[in-house]
Design a protein. Structure first.
Length: 220
């Protein structure tokens, strides 16, 4: 299940479509959209509602027999709680994108949106210990502007890339259609967190691995 923590179903459809482009042929991808909450996660206040939406979708997913989850919100909204609830692995798109970038580039940048969400990215970068390799930048574009596609943002994203950057992480769900154009324009790897996360979940399932229950992520 690819969980969109906000209530905008068109964004859920977009991230599910992106996930299917990289999933194995025998992997079934379903989308999760909260029945109530906020149309976009652009603040700490909205992130609380988004996390509740993630929890609700995981509960439903467990009833449906879902094997693993991707949380499609930059900042990995609700991921720790989801790991406590889910029997299968839970991967946040931000962690997935950063871990992928760390394997293929020495220095990389996140370009997120809107600007006030820089703190959400900073949190994950800090937790992974990648502050010496990753710079977070932002454009002041609301999440609603990418709910039906993001190709119109190619120029403004490209302008944020600096000469010492070696890879670009797209800092919002629903930006997959920027990967091709920006890869060609910038001549560097461009990483979408959802498409990075799906193979990670598949790999964890194949290894029979899920969140450790020793301490931190024990079931509540």
């Amino acid at each position: 299940m690819v969980i969109n923590p906000n209530t905008t179903r068109s964004m859920t459809d977009a991230v599910v479509a992106a996930a299917r482009t990289v999933a194995r042929p025998d992997t079934e991808i379903v989308g999760g959209t909260p029945a109530s909450g906020v149309p976009g996660v652009e603040s700490h206040y909205e992130e609380v509602y988004g996390a509740l939406g993630v929890i609700d979708q995981v509960r439903q997913g467990e009833d449906q027999g879902i094997d693993g989850y991707v949380v499609a919100c930059f900042g990995d909204t609700g991921v720790p709680a989801a790991r406590e609830l889910a029997n299968g692995p839970v991967v946040g798109m931000t962690e997935a994108a950063l871990m992928t970038a760390a394997l293929i580039a020495h220095r990389f940048t996140i370009v997120t949106l809107p600007r006030r969400t820089i703190a959400h990215s900073d949190r994950i970068v800090r937790d992974l210990g990648l502050g010496h390799r990753c710079t977070v930048r932002a454009v002041d574009v609301p999440v609603a502007d990418v709910s039906h596609g993001s190709a119109h943002l190619a120029e403004i994203f490209a302008q944020q890339v600096h000469p010492d950057d070696e890879a670009l992480i797209l800092g919002c769900a629903g930006l997959t259609d920027l990967v091709g154009p920006l890869t060609e324009r910038l001549g560097m790897p461009v990483i979408d967190g959802v498409t990075a996360a799906v193979p990670m979940v598949e790999g964890l399932i194949a290894q029979g691995l899920t969140s450790s229950r020793v301490n931190t992520w024990r079931h509540p």
